[in-house]
Design a protein around this ligand. Sequence first.
Ligand code: Z5A
Length: 204
Amino acid sequence: MRGRFITLEGIDGAGKSSHLAHLCDLVRARGHEATATREPGGTAAGEGLREVVLHHPMPPIAEALAMFAARSAHIAERIEPALASGSWVVCDRFSDSTYAYQCGGRGLAPDAVRALERLVHPALQPDATFLFDLDPAIAHGRQRGQGRDPDQFEREQVDFFRRVREAYLERARVEPGRIHVIDASGELVPVRERLARAFERAFP
Ligand code: Z5A
């Protein structure tokens, strides 16, 4: 039986990467195989594109094209084969990120991203998306604690992340059945419990 496709979304530092392994455990506890992956990345070409796009500023449409180039390889080489084999795929970011960052954050017209979606994954959408929602000021504080050089997105100002967050929340308002908003404030354990409850709601 075909696996399910789950994506994690949120502004930088909202905590999604911290919960990816736990989400895979929830999937395995149901008796399914879990494949964890991320965007941009997940393939050799995708990881190469990730380096370019995180460290070389370019126009918003070029960023979107690079994200979808990486996504196209990712779908063909990893996501579709895993789903076809029955594995559930848990992916850190997918096309909602492009709407949130390139449209919400950078001002790209959503029609451009819709066109790329139709081209690159006309028949594939996540079965469920968990959106880690957090005040950008708190997320920024968490990231400062990581002690590594920020990439070009992480160097953006709080206003940029407010727009990204609003774009995410707008998508969740439009697609409440797919996008489950998780309050990502507070300690890791309560956030994990909220994620577990949202997982139960998404896959009863
Ligand atoms: N991007 C884009 O523009 N368009 C696209 O289409 C796609 C991506 C796909 C790379 O993504 C960048 O690409 C991203 C958007 C852009 N922007 N940036 N930068 P990424 O997913 O690789 O990078 P990220 O979102 O910045 O990941 P991150 O910094 O790892 O954020 P996170 O996954 O939300 O957070 P985390 O790593 O789980 O946690 C951050 C820190 O907070 C860490 O030290 C944790 O230990 C800590 N943390 C987590 N939860 C808590 C709680 N509850 N309390 C206290 N501390 C916590």
